[in-house]
Design a protein around this ligand. Structure first.
Ligand SMILES: Nc1ncnc2c1ncn2[C@@H]1O[C@H](COP(=O)(O)OP(=O)(O)O)[C@@H](O)[C@H]1O
Ligand SMILES: O=C(OP(=O)(O)O)[C@H](O)COP(=O)(O)O
Length: 372
């Protein structure tokens, strides 16, 4: 891939006094009291913002949080202000919207080196539709554009793709540049055997990822909420586990494709099931093929952990996205923690291990393995 032009390539005169629209990914996990439970993404956004502040640009920050349908108070970016202000060493101002007259007034008032955070860009449905008129309105706030939202780089939305048609130059931020350099390097030319571990709950967004990984990997391990779509496609009973009915045919196709490409695709042979989606649910371990009605799979089982771990032993490159279970509940965190520990052990032995995804990173934080 050609090198992306980055914010570091701009001249100081391109930035001084200029309004810079910076798309960041501040989609952090919040608890019920709206406290940030993992600030990795906030800290990751800081280098680019500080760089712009030091060059006396007027920084306009834009992000989404969650998947709101319209204006939803619990998805407001307001809880981000104190932590951002603390990390940046200035009082970050916050707008109640991301477009409109009030926002324009606040933008006009940003001092050189100051920072304004716009409200959740997904409060407007036009964001995810990549609506050109909405993108134009966002673009009209600024003189140039920096995309540092690596965690959202796979989405062509108004604030990530649409605006670049109206704001020139449009450049990558330091986080985007660093992640692309590292990831593209590791994935386009991996040391083999190359394994991918995919879990989490976003089945429909990840089935496409699995399809493209089948072209590259030797081993593919599947865990998390997506496995039940694959089980169901094979005719297993999955109880009330997470299933995306409209992806059953695709799951079958992917299993066949893995076989024809000689990729070793492993699904967990056993799962930890629960009688409700709760931290205090009753749980038991059952073979993957026999989840009783009324029960749902919330973690991979001990046999699966063993098989997965052994299959990783010979690998040289591993990428991991998506937890193996509902790690937020301690009872169902075992599979995720075991895989995190395995990757830490292999990383110590010189295996390249890459972990991506907000919840996956949060899980590694929770397991206390970040330094590994
Ligand atoms: N078996 C499961 N059933 C339901 N949800 C699951 C299951 N396994 C994992 N999850 C959930 O998946 C979420 C993370 O998924 P996802 O957003 O796809 O990961 P990431 O943010 O790392 O890309 C977590 O909140 C976790 O609780
Ligand atoms: O959290 C994110 O992705 P992730 O769940 O893969 O880590 C990004 O902020 C993108 O969010 P989205 O999947 O709602 O577009």
């Amino acid at each position: 891939m050609a090198a992306k032009r980055s914010v570091g390539d701009l001249k100081e005169s391109d930035l001084k006094g200029k309004r810079v629209f910076v798309r960041v990914d501040l989609n952090v996990p919040l608890d019920d009291n709206l406290t940030i439970t993992d600030d990795t993404r906030v800290r990751a956004a800081v280098p680019t913002i500080k760089y712009l502040m030091e060059r006396r640009a007027k920084v306009i920050l834009s992000s989404h949080l969650g998947r709101p349908k319209g204006v939803t108070p619990k998805y407001s970016l307001k809880p981000l202000v104190p932590r951002l202000s603390e990390l940046l060493g200035v009082q970050v101002e916050m707008a109640n919207d991301c477009i409109g007259e009030e926002v324009e007034k606040l933008v006009a008032a940003i001092p050189d080196g100051g920072v304004l955070l716009l409200e959740n860009v997904r409060f407007h449905k036009e964001e995810e539709k990549n609506d050109p008129e909405f993108a134009k309105k966002l673009a009209s706030l600024a003189d140039l554009y920096v995309n540092d939202a690596f965690g959202t780089a796979h989405r062509a939305h108004a604030s990530t793709e649409g605006v670049t048609k109206y704001l020139k130059p449009s450049v990558a931020g330091f986080l985007m540049q660093k992640e692309l350099d590292y990831l593209v390097g590791a994935v386009s030319n991996p040391k083999k055997p190359f394994a991918a571990i995919v879990g989490g709950s976003k089945v429909s967004s990840k089935i496409g990822v699995i399809e493209s990984l089948l072209e590259k990997v030797d081993i593919l391990l599947l865990g998390g909420g997506m496995i039940f779509t694959f089980y169901k496609a094979q005719g297993y009973s999955v109880g009330s586990s997470l299933v995306e009915e409209d992806k059953l045919d695709l799951a079958t196709t992917l299993l066949e494709k893995a076989k024809s490409k000689g990729v070793s695709l492993l699904l967990p042979t056993d799962v930890v099931i629960a009688d409700k989606f709760a931290a205090d649910a009753n749980s038991k371990i059952v073979p993957a093929s026999s989840i009783p009605d009324g029960w749902m799979g919330l973690d991979i089982g001990p046999d699966a952990i063993k098989t997965f771990s052994e299959s990783l032993d010979t690998t040289k490159t591993i990428i991991w996205n998506g937890p193996m279970g509902v790690f937020e509940f301690d009872k169902f965190a075992t599979g995720t923690v075991a895989i995190a520990k395995k990757l830490a052990e292999l990383s110590d032995k010189g295996v390249t291990t890459i972990i991506g995804g907000g919840d996956s990173v949060a899980a590694v934080e929770k397991a206390g393995l970040v330094t590994k």
